[in-house]
Write a protein of this length. Structure first.
Length: 215
């Protein structure tokens, strides 16, 4: 079942009720938690969803200024035939916390600007901002509330290996760079357990109803 902190959520949303733009609800979860699946279910309910990872990939391949900055960080092999060399990049930044931090310092501001421009075009009561490492980067401070998606580690590993063709050690390495679910649960306003899709969809409906009622 989805857990929530109703008093906390209502207080936060009431305090932000004077905002002209829609309320921003962060959607986050560890690798393989299925947050993109959950995001699609919110979208099916009519909620606009900003996919930060997808937009980051787009910007890293289309923003020439950002591309130059990233090549200055990791070298010319960062791009191959004008497109991000994901294998090369992953090998370097996921094995080096300092390199990952420097990479994020370049990418995150570009994504933040892109999100602000996207948000200005929205007129719904609230929008979802899907971010993989929301808490790790302090991004929750830019949200009116946060929905955390969790799943058992075994399921997360199976999902990622089937999706990306990566090995367990590679996935473990990425998981180690993210906060544990227990830590994130303490900071989240809603928690959706995504071990069983049918049950998770019911939780999405409940969270959506709570957010609509709290506006």
């Amino acid at each position: 079942m989805a857990s929530s902190k109703p008093n906390s959520v209502i207080k936060k949303l009431i305090m932000s009720s004077s905002k002209i733009s829609p309320k921003v609800i962060g959607l986050t979860g560890g690798i393989g938690s299925g947050k993109s699946t959950i995001a699609r279910e919110f979208a099916a309910l009519g909620v606009p969803v900003y996919h930060s990872d997808d937009r980051a990939k787009y910007l890293m391949n289309s923003d020439e200024e950002l591309k130059q900055q990233l090549m200055a960080l990791l070298g010319p092999e960062t791009y191959r035939e004008g497109l991000l060399n994901t294998g090369f990049v992953a090998k370097h930044i996921f094995a080096d916390p300092a390199a990952l931090k420097s990479w994020n310092k370049l990418v995150h501001p570009a994504v933040a600007l892109d999100f602000a421009q996207w948000l200005s075009d929205q007129d719904s009561p609230y929008v979802l901002k899907e971010v993989a490492i929301l808490f790790e980067t302090g991004g929750e401070t830019q949200c009116d509330a946060v929905v955390l998606v969790t799943a058992l580690k075994g399921q997360r590993l199976a999902r990622v290996m089937a999706r990306d063709g990566t090995t367990k050690p590679q996935i473990d390495q990425r998981m180690d760079l993210q906060w544990s679910d227990d830590v994130k649960k303490e900071k989240a306003d809603f928690v959706i357990e995504n071990n069983d899709l049918a049950l998770a969809l019911k939780q999405v409906t409940n969270v959506h109803k709570a957010l609509m009622e709290a506006r």
